[in-house]
Design a protein around this ligand. Structure first.
Ligand SMILES: [Zn+2]
Length: 367
């Protein structure tokens, strides 16, 4: 087996093990009665519903983090070093973990408090209000991410490379769009992997391009990648993604809202607003996300293909497109031709093989 395939297998092993482990913990909490026992314990500490829910949630998160920690370390640190991808020291990795876990705890606590308050106050329509709250939060965070969240983990600075600025300005003129800011993303101090993306909306919308990409790619290759990112910007792919996520959240909360009363009786909870139902809630949302995954990824891959075609049309440089795809795959140790079924279910981007095939077809058409 070649290196990208071995890396891919190891990543699949981690993802599947992590998922199965999480499902088993949730099932155990639900079926053994531990969830009710933890809620009873939390209630002995305070009469305030808000405080006992916070204590319950913190204990549950603590259990997950503790059990998931060895897997996170294996996947995020050991594996990345074994394959020569990571350049991060152990201290830096731990710092990132502490920040990510802190952020995760704050957001989960807020989400659980809000959802169970809505379950208490609006037992019939909580799912609608919870969806609206979630969508508002996602829209807000998408705007704030480039200035609030990403800088917690990476340094950014405006791209100074004059050649790149000229190329993007030329592309923007040709496509009749306003140029959004381009920022160099300091990925290189942590990994040899390369990447570029469009993030934010409104005043924070920007293209971020990793220093590893700027160092390893030719001007023509970077231009083709910028054209791809510009398409995500021009065609409002971020808003399309938010719309799909919002619809799924609404559908998910609605289904949970229909199923929760019956299930909570069955498992001996005090009602739907009993925070001990959290593992049940999480299991149902996880099951629905897994069911929706192939459709979501199909939609995302279509956006990626649209951006590839746009980049090919705008630059007319199929050779640079193909070589940039090959280089990205080599740097990131990506399997260029993954299993079709795995790709269909799990991948948000088409494989390099498929992307090059689309490029070849496009060029064939225009000759
Ligand atoms: Zn893309």
């Amino acid at each position: 087996m070649d290196e990208p395939k071995r890396y891919e297998s190891a990543k699949h092993f981690v993802a599947i093990t992590g998922f199965v482990l999480d499902v088993l913990i949730l099932l155990y909490l639900l079926l053994s009665g531990s969830s009710i026992w933890i809620r009873q314990f939390a209630e002995t500490l305070s009469n305030s519903e808000w405080i006992s829910i916070a204590v319950y949630t913190l204990i549950i998160i603590g259990i997950f983090k503790l059990i998931d920690l060895p897997l996170s370390f294996y996947s995020g640190y050991l594996l990345e070093h074994r394959f020569g991808l990571s350049r991060q020291s152990l201290t830096s990795w731990i710092k990132d973990q502490v920040k990510a876990v802190g952020l995760g705890i704050a957001l989960s606590l807020a989400a659980v408090e809000v959802i169970y308050q809505l379950l208490r106050d609006h037992p019939d329509h909580w799912w609608l209000y919870a969806s609206l709250a979630f969508i508002t939060f996602v829209v807000l965070m998408t705007n704030l991410a480039p200035v609030l969240l990403l800088p917690l983990f990476f340094k950014f600075r405006p791209v100074e490379n004059q050649d790149l600025q000229n190329r993007v300005a030329r592309l923007a003129r040709r496509t009749n769009t306003s140029v959004c800011g381009i920022f160099e993303w300091s990925l290189g101090e942590k990994t040899r992997k390369a990447n570029a993306a469009v993030v934010g909306w409104g005043n924070t919308r920007r293209i971020i391009v990793s220093d590893t990409l700027l160092q390893n790619f030719s001007g023509e290759e970077i231009e083709v990648i910028m054209a791809h990112e510009l398409c995500h910007h021009v065609k409002n792919h971020i808003w399309q993604g938010i719309a799909v996520q919002s619809l799924l959240t609404l559908a998910g909360f609605y289904v949970v809202g229909r199923a929760l009363p019956g299930f909570s009786l069955k498992f001996g909870f005090r009602g739907i607003a009993d925070v001990a139902t959290l593992p049940l809630f999480a299991l149902m949302m996880m099951a629905l996300s897994v069911l929706a995954l192939p459709a979501v990824n199909y939609f995302l891959r279509r956006l990626e293909t649209a951006a590839d075609l746009y980049a090919l049309d705008m630059t007319g440089d199929a050779l640079a497109f193909v070589s940039s795809m090959e280089k990205l795959a080599d740097l990131n140790l990506a399997n260029k031709a993954p299993n079709k079924i795995i790709q269909f279910i799990f991948h948000s981007h088409p494989s390099v093989e498929d992307r090059i095939k689309v490029a070849a077809d496009r060029v064939g058409q225009s000759v």
